[in-house]
Design a protein around this ligand. Sequence first.
Ligand code: CP3
Length: 359
Amino acid sequence: MADHPFLLACRKQPVPHVPVWYMRQAGRYQPEYRKLRERHTLLEICRNPELCREVTCLPVEQLGVDAAILFSDIMVPLGPMGVDFDIVESVGPVTHNPVRSAADVARLRVFHPEEELPYVAESVRLITRDLHVPLIGFSGAPFTLASYIIEGRPSRDYLRTKRLMWSEPDVWRSLMEKLAEVIVRYLRMQIAAGAAAVQVFDSWVGSLAPEDYRVHVLPAMRRIFSGIADTEVPAIYFGVGTGELLPLFAETGASVIGIDWRVSIAAARRRTQGRVAIQGNLDPALLLAPWPEIQRRARQIIDEGLEAPGFIFNLGHGVVHHQPPVEVDTLRRLTDFVHEYSADRIAESTRVTARRDEP
Ligand code: CP3
């Protein structure tokens, strides 16, 4: 498993083809998932290792992707911290007891995931027992989790979150530290159970100015990545609209940075000084476009990705929920295209190098 293309790319080592997986590769675009959701809520699937295994593994079989991602939600570890939430259909996470004061933060429990979320470790063990690709474990990042528990629901402008950050920096720091500690424990549990890599989702941190990110978020991120460094599993850090934050992302200690479609792969590499591998960045809306356009854009991304070591093909954000849905066949075709086109390009450049080296 250690020399699987996905893990090689995370470590910026040579690959036979560009590895590919998709954020939200398990979800409502799949008829099988929609069927299962008629009988079970999202959180029921997360809490049931057998159902979790089924949903996690389905895209690997269906799409031929190079990695599985644990089926769960970023909200899961907030439950044992004392956050009362639901995941509401077509809305997202809703928190019934938002965290807005020093007392609210003081009440949050830093718990032991082995005791309170044993089903997550159980799912990881069950999934990795006979999975033939690496399993990515994951967690939300402190800023993005804080935005859900402070705002109480998905937000456009994060006004309450930013107000707390600026007006009560000590309370904010304590919240970031508690979340970071829980995240380290939660990721370590998944790694111990068999996750071969982890991704930290900071979907909404792109709403911050670089200065605010550096002062109010970066310390917690460094704590997270240094807290799992000894495990030596690759750690991916992903956010949306983070173009201007990328130089600071390179200082977090993550080994791979996930980018969206608003920034080019070449720019991402420059801004991170080639220190990390890059993952991304097809606009997920393109999955609704005609195949020739998808193929043209995928080719551009692969060409750019191959200009330096360490590239993983992904979307710039998760598979969109749309009516009519993204077709499973489109993602299957895209996966095959990434594999075949990149393998040809890599084989060609190897031949060129070999010819050049001839005496
Ligand atoms: O396949 C995978 O990527 C793994 C599963 C996964 C889910 N959520 C399942 C899910 C992952 C990695 C997440 C992470 C997550 N959850 C993030 C970070 C990634 C991102 O998309 O930015 C965020 C912000 C959340 C919070 C959340 N949960 C949102 C915004 C939603 C969508 C609300 C909606 O109804 O459109 C959810 C619900 C959710 N989590 C779904 C899935 C498959 C939607 C389908 C359902 O309710 O069954």
